[in-house]
Design a protein around this ligand. Structure first.
Ligand code: G3P
Ligand code: CA
Length: 250
């Protein structure tokens, strides 16, 4: 049986500032097989890696990504809001900025890991974001396996129209029936399901376990349950812990 992969969610966000180069580097050093990150588009059409539509929660800046230029955004720290973390180092974390997708692709270039790019298009549509993301991956992706995911199905359909070989995965936080039909008819490489859907498993997910990645799983018991289930990948804020659990199982 193929082993369940461990993906670092926004890098290693339980211990490091989410969606920063520092967080991704740490997850890689911990040994992840994949990384998950979120993208939005700036006023000057640059693709940046940040979870929210606005800067306010994760940086010392304010405002919507869509209303700011990359230069504006680069002026803020993406580390200082996390001063309550036990690993916090003021001089180092202050220097973390919101990375561009290109910067993350360059950082991970040498590593043999998968990448899940979540396009955050379910609130702000960001016209043209799909082309931009695909083109960056083509240039800087180093032929790695990239999975494009979104809660917003039209984004995934647009990606597939631009590149029919792209791996697309639909993000869901509620149950669906006949999951296999969605996979076949929409040509989904995967379903990215919230852990509760899989742990409840009353929709025959076992037969498609290899197409399922699960988010966000931090609890040891749940990690073990999902390893038993045989999902393709577990996304976690604590990749070091999940890797330890998985690697110690017989
Ligand atoms: O991609 C899985 C998960 O990251 C989706 O939720 O809010 O953490 O982006 P969120
Ligand atoms: Ca995400």
């Amino acid at each position: 049986m193929e082993k369940t992969k461990i993906y670092g969610h926004r890098g290693s966000m339980g211990d490091f500032p989410e969606n920063t180069l520092l967080s991704f580097q740490q997850a890689i050093e911990q040994g992840v097989e994949g990384l998950e990150l979120d993208v939005h588009m700036t006023k000057d059409l640059e693709i940046v890696v940040i979870h929210d539509e606005m800067l306010d929660r994760t940086t010392d800046g304010t405002g919507y990504v869509k209303d700011l230029s990359l230069d504006d955004i680069k002026g803020f720290s993406a580390g200082v809001k996390f001063s309550h973390f036990r690993n916090y180092e003021e001089s180092l974390w202050r220097l973390e900025s919101v990375p561009t997708l290109k910067e993350v692709l360059e950082l991970i270039w040498p590593y043999d890991i998968e990448l899940n790019i979540e396009l955050k298009t379910n609130i702000i549509p960001y016209e043209g974001i799909e082309e931009k993301v695909l083109s960056l991956v083509k240039k800087y992706g180093n032929d790695r396996k990239v999975i494009y995911s979104s809660f917003h199905l039209p984004t995934l359909i647009r990606i597939k129209r631009i590149d029919s070989s792209a791996n697309i995965a639909w993000l869901l936080d509620q149950q669906i029936t006949l999951a296999q039909d969605y996979i076949h008819s929409l040509e989904l490489e995967g379903l990215h399901l919230s852990k509760d859907i899989v742990l409840m498993d009353n929709c025959n997910l076992k037969e498609i376990s290899k197409n399922i990645r699960v988010w966000t799983v931090n609890d040891s018991k749940e990690i073990n349950q999902l390893l038993d289930f045989g999902v393709n990948a577990i996304m976690t804020n604590f990749p070091e812990k999940a890797l330890l659990i998985r690697n110690e199982r017989k």
